[in-house]
Design a protein around this ligand. Structure first.
Ligand code: E4P
Length: 218
């Protein structure tokens, strides 16, 4: 199972990378805006900085919503760095663009996926990754994990190679449930990734070990 961090914050990316468990990065226009990255050239420069920090796939999302626009933008993004994965929304023009990039051997991440039908279409078009947004489904009282299970079942039934990239992961339980249901990748914030290492009994146990050591060695 791969761990991607879902942010455009360089400090968080560095911190997750230093942990030694990071396999890639996902970004989106909202995450870029949150970091104050605006203007076409600044955005491209920021993607380059991310690629230089991390050894793995870096999803960069297109802004265009028409086929020609997505192709032009996606080709520019893909030419920027070999680690770039072109992130394309699950809309009609997006499916055509995914197919186009798939034929050219350019990696894609089909984003904003909320149903199993959308995931099936993304796989048929040859997407490298499909991004079901589990947290946003949970937000509207729909179990996001059921979507992951259904996609896993269908992809396995037909041997689709598209990787399930569970997105909109918000917490530790999301990551664990994604692991149980066979997601290929999760993408989440640093807090969710670091949350995996925390347990109060670990802290209490370590404090006791260190205190006992001090007693015997002081
Ligand atoms: C995925 O690629 C998206 O960038 C992201 O996971 C969305 O997460 P959010 O629902 O927490 O904004």
């Amino acid at each position: 199972m791969k761990f991607f961090i879902d942010t455009a914050n360089l400090k968080d990316i560095e911190e997750a990378n230093d942990l030694g468990v990071l396999d890639g990065v996902t970004t989106n226009p909202s995450l870029m805006a949150k970091e104050g990255i605006t203007g076409a050239q600044n955005i491209l420069d920021h993607y380059l900085k991310i690629c230089e920090l991390v050894d793995g796939d870096v999803s960069a999302e297109v802004i265009a919503t028409d086929f020609e626009g997505m192709i032009a933008e996606g080709e520019k993004l893909a030419a920027l760095h070999p680690q770039i994965v072109v992130k394309i929304p699950m809309i009609k023009e997006g499916v055509k663009a995914i197919k186009y990039f798939s034929n050219k051997g350019i990696k894609t991440n089909c984003t904003l996926v909320f149903s199993v039908g959308q995931a099936l279409l993304a796989a048929k078009a040859g997407a490298t990754y499909v991004s079901p947004f589990i947290g946003r489904l949970d937000d509207v009282s729909t179990d996001g994990m059921v979507l992951i299970e259904d996609i896993r079942l269908i992809y396995d039934n037909y041997g689709f190679e598209t990787q399930i990239l569970a997105a909109s992961v918000r917490n530790v339980m999301h990551i664990i449930n994604c692991a149980k249901t066979g997601s290929d990748v999760i993408t989440g914030p640093l807090s969710a990734i670091e949350g995996l290492l925390k347990h109060p009994l670990t802290d209490i146990g370590l404090a006791t070990f260190l205190a006992d050591y001090q007693k015997g060695n002081s």
